[in-house]
Design a protein around this ligand. Structure first.
Ligand SMILES: [Zn+2]
Length: 425
C-alpha cells in the first residue's frame, strides 16, 4: 500500500485527545491506517507539519447538498409564519426547480467547502422532485471527484403526490443497488403508513437504515397524534425503523419523556443541528434521556463542523450548565463531534477511516494540551484554521486549496447555476 508521510506533526488522538509530536505514515486507499514512524523511506513524499496540529478529519452527520444554491437567494413571496411555511415557501419551492446541472454544481461546491473545513465525509439528505432519476449518482460522482466520502439518501415523501413518491422509491432502489446509502424519509407528517412501511422494508432489504427528520417542530408531533394516535417516536418504532442500527433521526427537538426512552432504548442515532434549529426558530435541543448516540450535523447551513461544534456548545451553555438541560462541557461537545465516526465504523460504512486527517494551522494564544484540547475546539478553532486535508490517504487540500478540482472554475459555474435557479423561484 503506498503512503504519504507527515513530518513534525503534533498529532492529536481523536478518541483520547492525547498529543504526541511525531512523524506519521499515512497509508493510501480504503482501510488505510495512520501510524507514527521513526524514519521515512528514501524519496518518500513528505509534508512538513512544523507548528501545525494533525488530527482525524471531521464528518458531517446531516447535510442538505441541495440547498447549496440558496445562500443569498431572493426572499420568499411572503414571510414564513411557521415551520411548515418555511418548508413550503422556501425549500419545497427551491427543490422542485433543481435540474441535474444545478444538483451537480451544488454537490461540487459543497464538497469543496466541506474539504476546506476539514470534513471528509458527508451524510446527506437529498430532494429534487423535478429531477429525481439519477440525482444521487450525480451527487456521489461530484463528491468522489472532490475526494469527500458520503452516505446519501433520497427524500421519500407523499408531499408531491404518488408519481413523485414512486420516482423517489425508484431512485433510492437504483442507487442502493450499487452504492452504500440510506433510505431517506422526509418526516412523519409527510408520509402515510404505507409509505413508511415500504421505506422500512426497502432499508431492511438493503441492510441499511432510515434517515428522517423527527419532531423538528412541534407540529410534527401534533400531526402524528391527530392522524395516527401516537407520538412520532412510537410511530417510527411501530414501523420497525428504530430497530435498524443505521437509522438516523435528525433534530428530535420535541420528544416527550416516553419518546426519549423509546429512542434511547432503540438502535437509532440522533443528529443535532444547532444553527439550523436557531435559523428556523423551532426550539432548542435537549439531550436528556436520549442516551449517548448523538452526533452533529449542519442541516444545509454550511459545511464547517468546527463552527457547528462551537455553536452547539454555546447553546448548551445558554440553556444552563448547572442542572439545566444544557450543561455540555467542552469534552462532551468534542465527543459529540466525534461520535459520527463510531456510527460509520460500527455500521461498516466505507470512506471514514484512520487515514482521513486534517492539518490545522492554529496559532493558539495559550498552550494546547490533552486536558484543554476540547476547550480549544469549542472556543478557538473554526474551518478557517484548516491548512491541509487528507482523505483516505490522498491529499485533497494543500495549503487551503483543493488539489483535486479547479475551485475557481467550479465556483464560477456555481454562480451561473445560482442565477439560473433564482430566476425560477
Ligand atoms: Zn435536515
Amino acid at each position: 500500500m503506498s503512503a504519504l508521510y507527515l513530518r513534525n506533526a503534533r498529532f492529536v488522538d481523536w478518541r483520547t485527545n492525547a498529543i504526541v509530536c511525531t512523524d506519521l505514515k499515512v497509508e493510501m486507499g480504503p482501510g488505510g491506517t495512520t501510524t507514527p514512524v521513526d524514519e521515512f523511506p528514501a524519496g518518500a513524499e513528505a509534508i512538513d507539519c512544523a507548528g501545525m496540529i494533525v488530527t482525524r478529519a471531521f464528518a458531517n452527520g446531516h447535510h442538505h447538498i441541495y440547498s447549496a444554491l440558496a445562500r443569498g437567494m431572493p426572499p420568499p413571496q411572503r414571510s414564513p409564519e411557521s415551520f411548515k411555511d418555511i418548508l413550503e415557501l422556501i425549500w419545497w419551492n427551491l427543490d422542485k426547480k433543481l435540474d441535474m446541472e444545478m444538483i451537480r454544481a451544488s454537490a461540487m461546491v459543497t464538497g469543496i467547502e466541506a474539504a476546506r473545513c476539514g470534513c471528509t465525509f458527508i451524510v446527506d439528505h437529498h430532494a429534487s422532485p423535478g429531477a429525481p432519476a439519477g440525482s444521487l449518482h450525480v451527487i456521489a460522482e461530484a463528491l468522489d471527484e472532490v475526494g469527500v466520502s458520503h452516505l446519501l439518501c433520497y427524500e421519500l415523501s407523499d408531499r408531491d403526490g404518488a408519481e413523485a413518491l414512486e420516482a423517489g422509491f425508484e431512485e433510492t432502489d437504483a442507487y442502493l443497488k450499487g452504492r452504500q446509502g440510506l433510505v431517506g424519509v422526509h418526516a412523519s407528517f409527510t408520509v402515510c403508513d404505507a409509505t413508511l412501511e415500504r421505506a422500512v422494508a426497502l432499508a431492511r432489504g438493503y441492510g441499511t437504515g432510515i434517515h428522517i427528520h423527527v419532531a423538528e417542530a412541534e407540529s410534527d408531533e401534533e400531526d402524528c397524534r391527530a392522524r395516527f394516535g401516537r407520538s412520532v417516536a412510537q410511530r417510527l418504532a411501530d414501523a420497525g425503523a428504530l430497530e435498524l442500527p443505521r437509522t438516523i433521526l435528525a433534530h428530535c427537538l420535541h420528544l416527550d419523556d416516553v419518546e426519549r426512552e423509546i429512542v434511547a432504548g432503540s438502535a437509532a442515532w440522533v443528529v443535532h443541528n444547532t444553527q439550523s434549529n436557531a435559523n428556523n426558530a423551532v426550539g432548542r435541543f435537549d439531550p436528556r434521556g436520549l442516551g449517548e448516540r448523538i452526533f452533529i450535523g449542519t442541516d444545509g447551513m454550511h459545511s464547517d463542523m468546527l463552527s457547528a461544534t462551537g455553536a452547539m456548545y454555546l447553546e448548551g451553555q445558554s440553556m444552563g450548565g448547572c442542572g439545566g438541560c444544557g450543561g455540555l462541557t467542552p469534552a462532551d461537545a468534542c465527543r459529540r463531534l466525534r461520535r459520527v465516526h463510531e456510527y460509520l465504523e460500527m455500521n461498516g460504512i466505507a470512506g471514514d477511516g484512520e487515514n482521513n486527517l486534517v492539518i490545522l494551522d492554529y496559532p493558539s494564544p495559550t498552550p494546547v494540551t490533552q486536558d484543554n484540547w476540547a476547550a480549544h475546539v469549542v472556543y478557538g478553532m473554526t474551518g478557517a484554521h484548516v491548512h491541509s486535508v487528507i482523505s483516505q490517504g490522498a491529499l485533497i487540500v494543500r495549503d487551503r486549496h483543493l488539489t483535486t478540482v479547479d475551485e475557481e472554475r467550479v465556483f464560477a459555474h456555481e454562480h451561473e447555476q445560482a442565477m439560473r435557479l433564482w430566476k425560477l423561484l
